[in-house]
Write a protein that binds this ligand. Structure first.
Ligand code: SF4
Ligand code: SF4
Length: 68
């Protein structure tokens, strides 16, 4: 699994959908026309959505190490 994943700050997202078009894995979707949400399982951490977002509300986070 990728070491990073994208997270959206829903309070700043303007639901423009740019990240949805940018994502090569269809890991991000605008829910209910309100704000974008990322499927952490599907996200490969490429960062393309973060670069495309005009609101700057996508952050790349490190996945926590999985124990056991
Ligand atoms: S980091 Fe890449 S795979 Fe993950 S949601 Fe953004 S564009 Fe999609
Ligand atoms: S590109 Fe940014 S502002 Fe636009 S829908 Fe995605 S997270 Fe929201």
């Amino acid at each position: 699994m990728a070491k990073r994943y994208a997270e959206v700050d829903g309070s700043r997202c303007v639901a423009c959908g740019e990240c949805v078009y940018a994502c090569p894995r269809k890991a991000i979707a605008v829910r209910g026309g309100c704000y974008a949400e990322v499927s952490r399982e599907t996200c490969v951490g490429c960062g393309l959505c973060e670069k495309r977002c005009p609101a700057g509300c996508i952050t790349m986070l490190q996945r926590e190490a999985v124990h056991g």
